[in-house]
Design a protein. Structure first.
Length: 299
């Protein structure tokens, strides 16, 4: 028998973490196993202008596992979105679930017509225990994935990281581009994130770090469309690590975003661009000296 939490858990922010830890604690008290049922895409993803996921699904699952839940069941919303709420809950219970743990705003079933009130109403009839986890409020606002997406679009990565309970990061593979950064004296690692629609990040320059072969390295990231040279129609992620020269091609890196320096700019000449990169590096190093920066070993 199982205690299961249900939700999308995009970002696995501090509100989601509270739900997951409540599930683990309930399972321990009842001497049962804990399970997370993760709906792969939020309801908002079926509407126009959805700003994207905070993390790729594999990163979401990695975080859930790190919190102490070993079993994760995936649910594709496109396959269950028209399921009557009662049928959906019956299918969950068929997997051996004895207790259901959800956040206060959880909705499910056709047209998101099922809610916590319905879960509470069905519990005696269907024979499960419902555990409702209160939301977390910060700055008079409920912590939510949509709020985090708003913050990322503003470049407010420090506040987004506070809501996530960990630094916001971009995960991807290093590929060889046109080597312009090396020619300018600032070699960069160009990152291809996993091919899923990710939350829109404000184009600009960020102070970042990454663990490479067990060592923390700091640098600056340009996330944007490269308006000065080789303009792109899709966002590019280019990292210059300080005092670093090893070959990173084909490595998978996780880049933590620590602080926003400035928006992306278009420069008239390569000389102007080079001088501004040098200024960005100076600003970043000064910020790092003034701030106590700690970083876990990224996985």
């Amino acid at each position: 028998m199982l205690v299961a939490c249900i939700g999308c858990f995009d970002g696995v922010h501090i509100g989601h973490q509270k739900i997951i830890r409540t599930t683990i604690q309930k399972a321990k008290e009842d001497k049962l196993s804990a399970k997370a049922i993760s709906i792969l895409n939020p309801w908002a993803s079926f509407f126009p202008n959805f700003p994207g996921l905070i993390y790729p699904v594999h990163k979401r699952f990695q975080i859930i596992h790190s919190l102490g839940i070993n079993e994760i069941e995936e649910l594709d919303l496109s396959e269950i979105r028209d399921t009557p709420p009662e049928v959906f809950i019956e299918s969950v219970l068929a997997g051996g679930v004895k207790s259901i743990v959800v956040g206060r705003d959880f909705t499910f079933g056709r047209h998101a017509s099922g809610d916590v009130a319905l879960l509470d109403q069905l519990a005696p009839e269907l024979g499960y225990e419902l555990v409702e986890v209160p939301e977390i409020v910060m700055d008079s606002r409920k912590v939510s994935s949509s709020w985090i997406r708003e913050l990322l679009a503003q470049g407010a990565v420090e506040k987004a990281s506070e809501l996530l309970g960990r630094p916001y990061s971009i995960v991807g593979k290093v590929y060889k581009d046109k080597l312009l950064g090396r020619e300018l004296g600032f070699p960069t690692a160009n990152i291809i994130p996993h091919r899923v629609p990710l939350a829109r990040l404000r184009p600009g320059v960020y102070i970042v770090n990454s663990v490479i072969d067990g060592v923390v390295h700091f640098g600056v990231l340009n996330a944007g469309f490269r308006p000065t040279v080789n303009p792109s129609t899709e966002i590019k992620y280019e990292v210059h690590f300080f005092d670093f020269s090893a070959d990173l091609y084909h490595k998978h890196l996780e880049i933590e975003l620590l602080h926003f320096i400035r928006p992306e700019l278009k420069f008239d000449t390569l000389g102007d661009l080079t001088r501004r990169i040098a200024e960005d590096v100076h600003v970043a190093k000064t910020w790092l000296k003034r701030n106590t920066v700690s970083s876990k070993t990224l996985t």
